[in-house]
Design a protein around this ligand. Structure first.
Ligand code: HEM
Length: 138
């Protein structure tokens, strides 16, 4: 029962984070092409202001619940890592990197060293979701 609850929390938090990245990369970027620079800056400013209250917290929840799911699922290591363990480790690493990057940026004002925009997180989330779906069947 606890597992189901944690997994639901994981899913809802990644939904919020992924939805934010989707809107930012695919909707706002298209607005940039049609709105004037001033109007676009204003819209983006509102978007940043209102998403900041929720999205970074959702990312933290995604990482914490992910660590619990990782702990339960990883299993013991026999004759090296299994394919599942390798893919889960890559997924966990990428997810934790996103989490660390987001926390440092939003809560400590430290800008990411590479790829400062939101395109890299968006691509990583797509890869992570893909890994989450294939890792159990490889
Ligand atoms: C932004 C980062 C993350 C995203 C977008 C994400 C996304 C997802 C998705 C979509 C699932 C699939 C659930 C299903 O199909 O039932 C999942 C499951 C899982 N995630 Fe994450 N995740 C993230 C971070 C993490 C982290 C940091 C870890 C571990 C350190 C982690 C560990 C797991 C595990 C172990 C599962 C399998 C749970 C199960 O199916 O029972 N995730 N994740």
């Amino acid at each position: 029962m606890i597992y189901v609850f944690v997994k639901l929390l994981h899913l809802f938090s990644v939904l919020i984070y992924g939805g934010f990245l989707f809107t930012d990369n695919l909707i706002l970027m298209r607005m940039k092409k049609t709105l004037s620079v001033e109007k676009y800056d204003e819209v983006r400013g509102y978007f940043a202001k209102f998403t900041r209250a929720l999205v970074p917290k959702a990312l933290v929840v995604a990482v914490i619940t992910g660590l619990y799911l990782f702990y339960v699922n990883f299993g013991s290591i026999e004759n090296g890592f299994s394919n599942f363990q390798i893919l889960l480790s890559i997924k966990g690493f990428l997810g934790s990197w996103l989490g660390l990057r987001g926390v440092l940026q939003v809560f400590f004002g430290i800008q990411p060293f590479v790829f400062k925009g939101h395109l890299l997180p968006f691509v990583l989330v797509i890869i992570i979701v893909f890994l989450s779906q294939i890792m159990f069947s490889v």
